[in-house]
Design a protein around this ligand. Structure first.
Ligand code: CO8
Length: 372
């Protein structure tokens, strides 16, 4: 056992949006759109938009609220995009700022001096710029040593980065690795799309992964990791620097997240459940050995079905805690938020699983055991 999770940190935006508020904004937009195009809609030349519903959202996803960077701009029917003023180069960039907030909490919880951190990985669904790497800005802001780099694996960004951190430690390149996972999902969410407008929220997490010799009290030993990817277009975002080469399509809806939710639901459940069960067999772990599952927070029905396949019975909230109702889907941060809020009560020797799944498709599992 080479590496441990020494501590985690969480940054949550100050404002939460309820389903009622979100649906009111969306339905006002629908009403206005349908009135504006009433003649074309009546002539069959254009499709009327359908309203959203709180009851559908709660039944289909389990989401009740989500935190948002800018509630007002996201809900303003004349805008429906968060207001995020551009910052001068001299000021810390937004994604680095929220990462640093989460990171400081993780470092403080571990009692770690930032100068002892030897590598920073910033891993998330969407990076606000290609370079310089946000991780290097975070490294600089904290006064960490060593090196930093960015990576992106959509909803599996945090778990893939935890495996990278473990590999860095195993190879001896650094002994203390800070993973930050800033997920400002409302920045790439289409608040005018009924199928996705309710799903995502904003948050940032930090995970301090360290050599076992440095483990503070309450650390979690990393017993094993596994990553899996299978290509799929069912969750896609085509935003990128090449878009400027085709002005006609630069602002098409596919430059924000689009997904075939039902297909994702059906295809990802078996993929993830099989991956976990196979790894448990390899590690000689029985379902009864698993004290808690901290699953990716995309959909409560998906989590119920995955947990049931892994444990062999319906999981209680204690066995597979949900934070989705309060946070919505925070992409890579979801399983870590669940872990952050729900690991302190476990005892030394208890085993659990942090598991992510999402676009790519990508899935990552990190088996952990509470150290003595
Ligand atoms: N209100 C009312 N009705 C609605 C709404 C709404 N808001 N939305 C859809 N409907 C309608 C549909 O149009 C459909 O109508 P009809 O039957 O007439 O065609 C009906 O409701 C049923 O629709 P669905 O079959 O789509 O409903 P589901 O029960 O499948 O629920 C979900 C939809 C909630 C999206 C569900 O399928 C789901 O959660 N799937 C899994 C999705 C998932 O796990 N995605 C992973 C995403 S995470 C990731 O990797 C992305 C990373 C990048 C982050 C980016 C942040 C912006």
């Amino acid at each position: 056992m080479t590496a441990v999770i020494s501590a985690t940190g969480l940054w949550t935006p100050p404002n939460s949006i309820t389903n009622t508020e979100l649906v009111a904004s969306f339905n006002a937009y629908v009403e206005r759109y349908n009135a504006e195009y009433a003649t074309e809609i009546a002539a069959g030349a254009r499709q009327a938009l359908q309203p959203s519903s709180v009851a559908f959202i709660e039944k289909a996803s389990g989401i009740k609220h989500r935190y948002a960077l800018d509630k007002e701009g996201s809900l303003d029917v004349n805008r429906m995009v968060p207001r995020i003023p551009q910052r001068p180069h001299e000021q810390i960039s937004l994604m680095a700022e929220v990462s640093v907030k989460a990171a400081k909490q993780a470092l403080e919880r571990a009692g770690r001096d930032p100068a002892d951190v030897g590598a920073v990985i910033c891993s998330c669904s969407s990076l606000q710029r290609p370079y310089p790497a946000l991780a290097i800005e975070v490294q600089n802001e904290l006064g960490a040593s060593g090196f930093g780099y960015d990576m992106n694996v959509a909803c599996s960004s945090a778990t893939f980065a935890i495996q990278n951190a473990t590999d860095i430690i195993r190879a001896g390149h650094a002994r203390s690795v800070l993973v930050v996972n800033p997920e400002l999902c409302t920045g790439h969410l289409n608040f005018r799309d009924r199928d996705t407008h309710f799903i995502f929220g904003d948050a940032a997490v930090a995970i301090l992964v360290e050599h076992v010799d440095m483990a503070p009290p309450g650390a979690w030993t990393i017993l094993g990791t596994r990553l899996k990817t299978v290509f799929s277009n069912n969750i896609r975002n085509d935003f990128g620097f090449l878009n400027r080469g085709d002005e006609a399509h630069r602002d098409d809806p596919d430059k924000l997240i689009t997904q075939q939710g039902r297909k994702v639901f059906k295809e990802v459940i078996p993929l993830v459940a099989e991956m976990i069960i196979e790894q448990m067999a390899t590690m000689d772990l029985k379902p009864s050995d698993m004290r808690r599952l901290w699953l990716h927070q995309a959909n409560s029905n998906m989590n119920r079905l995955i947990a049931e396949r892994v444990l062999g019975h319906e999981a209680s909230q204690d066995e597979a805690p949900t934070v989705l109702d309060v946070y919505g889907n925070t992409a890579g941060a979801g399983s870590i938020i669940a872990f952050h809020h729900h690991n302190a009560d476990l005892k030394a020797g208890d085993k659990g699983l942090i598991c992510s799944f999402g676009a790519g498709y990508s899935a990552g599992s990190i088996f952990v055991q509470k150290a003595g």
